[in-house]
Ligand binder design. Structure first.
Ligand code: Z5A
Length: 212
């Protein structure tokens, strides 16, 4: 008997929207309800490519803007065999940032079109569901100061938010916008419901290809 595949569920959102918190809470909830679920995050700073990215984000090294964009994409592609294997084994993958962050962050830099930024990620496993955690800048500020990593300034983050808005116009992606200004538990309830629905829907369908 062939195994039902796992769903590919992505959380995206602005800085401090609660992506990591919600990914962890969702994986725990799915596991507690008897489903197989694992978390993945991008950038995955544990690989050689991820270490180059981490050093760049921590401002310990400088990389040319096109180069670092391609490294972020390569960091996703290097995980694709593992992602496909896990999905085929029936494991639901809950992913903290994906190609949408890649496009939103690079296209917030001068001279980068959305189209150029999307190209290297065309053909990645397509998420069955992308939940965008929406939080206004005032509410985000109440969750603490920006960190010290590259990109963590309010002006840059505002442009990133605009790029996410543009990406969310794409009806080929199953976007759901989540009001992330509520309590962790309230946000989790919505995320869990949407995830359970998509897990049932996705299990009999093949994994799609992103932006193809
Ligand atoms: N990047 C890129 O340029 N290209 C790419 O292709 C990719 C990424 C994939 C990686 O950051 C950076 O790389 C990122 C994008 C860029 N740059 N920025 N900015 P990262 O993934 O390592 O870290 P992060 O994504 O910046 O984390 P974050 O956005 O700051 O946080 P978050 O995951 O959304 O939130 P959190 O850690 O779960 O929560 C933040 C705080 O809020 C924490 O104290 C929580 O306890 C609190 N919290 C969470 N939820 C709530 C609620 N509901 N109420 C109150 N407080 C809450």
């Amino acid at each position: 008997m062939s195994c039902r595949r796992g769903a590919l569920i992505v959380l995206e959102g602005v800085d401090r929207a609660g992506k990591t918190t919600q990914c962890q809470t969702l994986v725990q909830a799915l596991q507690q309800s008897g489903r197989e679920a694992e978390i993945m995050r991008f950038p995955d700073r544990t690989t050689k490519i991820g270490q180059l990215i981490s050093s760049y984000l921590e401002k310990k090294s400088n990389l040319e803007d096109h180069t670092v964009h391609l490294l972020f994409s390569a960091n996703r592609w290097e995980m694709v065999p593992l992602m496909k294997q896990k999905l085929e084994q029936g494991i639901n993958l809950v992913v903290d940032r994906y190609a949408f962050s890649g496009v939103a962050f690079t296209s917030a830099k001068p001279g980068f079109s959305l189209e150029w930024c999307m190209n290297p990620d065309v053909g990645l496993p397509k998420p069955d569901l992308v939940m965008f955690l929406q939080l206004n800048p005032t509410a985000a500020a109440n969750r603490g100061e920006y960190g010290t990593e590259r990109y963590e300034t309010s002006a840059f983050q505002r442009t990133v938010s605009q790029r996410f808005e543009e990406l969310m116009q794409d009806s080929s992606i199953n976007w759901k916008v989540i009001d992330a200004a509520r309590t962790i538990e309230e946000v989790h309830k919505d995320i869990k419901l949407l995830s359970e629905d998509i897990i049932s829907l996705a299990e009999n369908q093949p994994v799609g290809e992103l932006w193809k």
